[in-house]
Design a protein around this ligand. Structure first.
Ligand code: UDP
Ligand code: MG
Length: 319
């Protein structure tokens, strides 16, 4: 028996906090698992933080973490894991789309000695057509680029202290949590679950934010796009060789190639290829720039355990 910390990132989830807390607390108490719920308010614009404090008044097992602004889900997950004190740490969405019962299955596997337990989606729940398409597109690119099967991967996971600490010790600022838990290795099991429908509030993902997410994470996880630049260069070189030979032959045969149009097309083609390559390289440079600044991943403005303000105990991310 070990204590379970459940990390729940929350952004504009005022409608869900109360319900999620009572469902999880009820379930874990009923199963006799000692637990804490780490709710990270990711700079919500609504009453999420008030709701977390209200839940804390009823239940001292609730640890509320309040960010100074919105830092994004990955940062919220990271902060929650850093503050969690359990022997085993679970991460799940706080909109109850990850079925709480699956937590018990994961916990059982952890007791059997598994160190990383991944939630695997077997259905994507009710999502809009566009969302499904863009998510599908994103996961295909991601899987190709990272070599990790992303189609059914989720952010619903349970990790032993050892695995969690190794993720926490990673120095990079932009991290892709979903893939990292696979990267650390350890004894891994997976548990299938059905994505539930969101009961209240709305999804924070637009199609555009998914595209941005895809780019950020591909760059955070792999350098394959840089090889594309080299490949494109090699292809251009081959074409240029062929064209050189062709034009020389034409020249010595006495009829030079019609110049202007060919030249214009070639110039435009090479110009755009060079600029796109620069864009890809530039994107990596901008990421390097962000990383070398070593800014903290998040800033905590307040932390509550139950009713008690423990802001001074918050572990900051600055190292
Ligand atoms: N979330 C967050 N910060 C953000 C966006 C989302 O902490 O900037 C949380 C959100 O409160 C939820 C989880 O991440 O608990 C998943 O978000 P959402 O339900 O909007 O995504 P979906 O389930 O539609 O993929
Ligand atoms: Mg959701």
């Amino acid at each position: 028996m070990g204590m379970l910390s459940v990390v729940l990132p929350a952004y504009n989830e005022e409608l869900m906090i109360g319900k999620t807390c009572s469902v999880l607390a009820g379930l874990l108490e009923h199963s006799g698992i000692s637990y804490e719920l780490v709710l990270v308010d990711d700079g919500s614009r609504d009453n999420t933080w008030e709701e977390i404090k209200k839940a804390g008044k009823k239940n001292t097992h609730i640890l509320g973490v309040h960010f100074s602004r919105n830092f994004g889900k990955e940062s919220a997950v990271f902060a929650g894991m850093a503050q969690a004190s359990g022997d085993v740490i679970a991460v799940m969405d706080c909109d109850l789309q990850h079925p709480p019962k699956t937590l018990l299955e994961m916990y059982k596997l952890w007791e059997e000695g598994y160190e990383v337990i991944e939630g695997r989606k077997i259905s994507r729940g009710q999502e809009s057509f566009l969302h499904k398409k863009s998510a599908g597109f994103f996961y295909r690119i991601m899987s190709k680029a990272t070599g990790v099967d992303m189609q059914n991967a989720s952010d619903f996971k349970m990790m032993d202290r050892k695995a969690a600490d190794s993720i926490l010790s990673m120095p990079e600022r932009s991290m892709f949590f979903r893939a990292l838990s696979g990267w650390v290795g350890f004894r891994t099991a997976s548990v299938p679950f059905e994505v539930q429908e969101r009961e209240a509030g709305e999804s924070k993902w637009s199609a555009w934010s998914l595209v941005k997410y895809a780019f950020t994470n591909i760059v955070a996880f792999t350098t394959i796009p840089l090889q594309f630049v080299t490949l494109a260069g090699a292809a251009c070189f081959l074409i240029s060789l062929i064209l050189t030979v062709y034009s020389l032959v034409q020249y010595f045969a006495g009829h030079a190639v019609e110049g202007y149009t060919t030249l214009l097309i070639m110039l435009l083609f090479i110009g755009s290829a060079v600029m796109m390559s620069l864009g890809i390289i530039g994107y990596y440079i901008s990421k390097i720039y962000e990383e070398v600044k070593r800014r903290p991943r998040y800033l905590i403005s307040q932390m509550m355990r139950g009713e008690e303000d423990i802001s001074d105990q918050a572990k900051s991310d600055a190292d």
